[in-house]
Design a protein around this ligand. Structure first.
Ligand SMILES: [Zn+2]
Length: 117
């Protein structure tokens, strides 16, 4: 497994594949490889079948949006797959893989919990 590296626009930081001639956000033409930022899970689903066969055991895939706004579909290999709104890091391991990040202390304490009177 390796860090998820994607071409990034040197001028504005937009990332995506395939590598473009011009940046779709700012029109820049200079590119450098950079690690993908962390992401938030938008939705998850289980893949039980694909063209040509059954997926056994079922594979969990998730739609994620990175902190800079790019959207990807990633495989979720963790024993406990992430849920929508969970934070994940992205890596490459025979495709893009999302790994759940530890929840912040605020989230563990229950972000919606009312504190005080
Ligand atoms: Zn750009």
């Amino acid at each position: 497994m390796s860090a998820a590296i994607m071409p990034a626009c040197v001028a504005c930081g937009w990332q995506g594949r395939p590598r473009r001639i011009w940046c779709p956000r700012c029109g820049g033409a200079a590119w450098a490889d950079a690690p993908l930022p962390e992401a938030t899970v938008v939705a998850t689903t289980q893949v039980r079948r694909h063209v040509g066969g059954v997926v056994d055991p079922p594979e969990v895939v998730c739609l994620v949006t990175t902190d800079d706004g790019a959207t990807f579909i990633a495989r979720c290999d963790d024993a406990v797959p992430p849920k929508p709104k969970d934070r994940v890091s992205l890596a490459f391991d025979s495709g893009l893989v999302a790994h759940a990040l530890p929840k912040s202390s605020r989230a563990r304490a229950g972000a919606k919990r009312k504190v005080g009177p």
